[in-house]
Design a binder for this molecule. Structure first.
Ligand code: ZN
Length: 183
């Protein structure tokens, strides 16, 4: 069955979890499932292997600064997601601000902050998501042309920087070819 694509500008494909993440609590990945990526950050090893192949293609194509915004924009532990969430949201109501439900309470986004998923509610907590540094202009055009071939897709069309690996344990041809070429 072909994947469900909801947006042509930013294809949104349903994410499948790698088998070794079944039963793992989001934000509590064992070290053995995590792998360092270039130039900074950590991802689930499936996402890390695909990241390396995709980044090499970007370098070959002359795309500058194709990288996560920071190491905190790759895998996030539950603890770091909670820290970020508590910086951005408050319990005291703010009119017309977006809200999230966490620990059974309604939280309000502080003015001037970007929305963030609740702790454990983000694909960053599974090590499957990356926020790309300045996803706009030529870099975004390159992403629109290339990321799906490496098994990535967007999650929300309003967040062009946030991409996640959707292919679980079935690397795409482009990823397999990259690793085969490395011997
Ligand atoms: Zn993100």
């Amino acid at each position: 069955m072909s994947p469900v694509v909801k947006s042509t500008a930013f294809p949104i494909i349903k994410l499948k979890l790698p088998a070794d993440l079944e039963g793992v609590k989001a934000g509590f990945l064992p070290e053995k499932l995590l792998k360092e990526i270039q130039p900074h950050g950590r991802l689930h090893w499936r996402a890390a292997e695909s990241w390396e192949a995709m980044r090499q293609k970007a370098l070959n194509d002359g795309v500058g600064f194709f990288k996560p915004t920071s190491s905190g924009d790759t895998y996030r532990s539950y603890e770091s997601q909670e820290k970020g969430f508590r910086q951005r949201y408050q319990l005291e109501p703010i009119p017309n601000q977006s809200t999230r439900t966490f620990e059974g309470k309604k939280w309000y986004l502080k003015r001037g902050f970007a929305p963030m998923a609740t702790p454990g509610g983000s694909n960053h907590n599974y090590g499957l998501a990356v926020d790309i540094h300045t996803a706009s202009g030529d870099r975004l055009k390159w992403m629109q042309k290339n990321i799906v071939a490496f098994g990535w897709s967007w999650e929300l069309s309003s967040e062009p920087w946030h991409i996640r690996l959707v292919t679980a344990d079935e690397p795409t041809e482009a990823v397999k070819n990259y690793w085969a070429s490395r011997g």
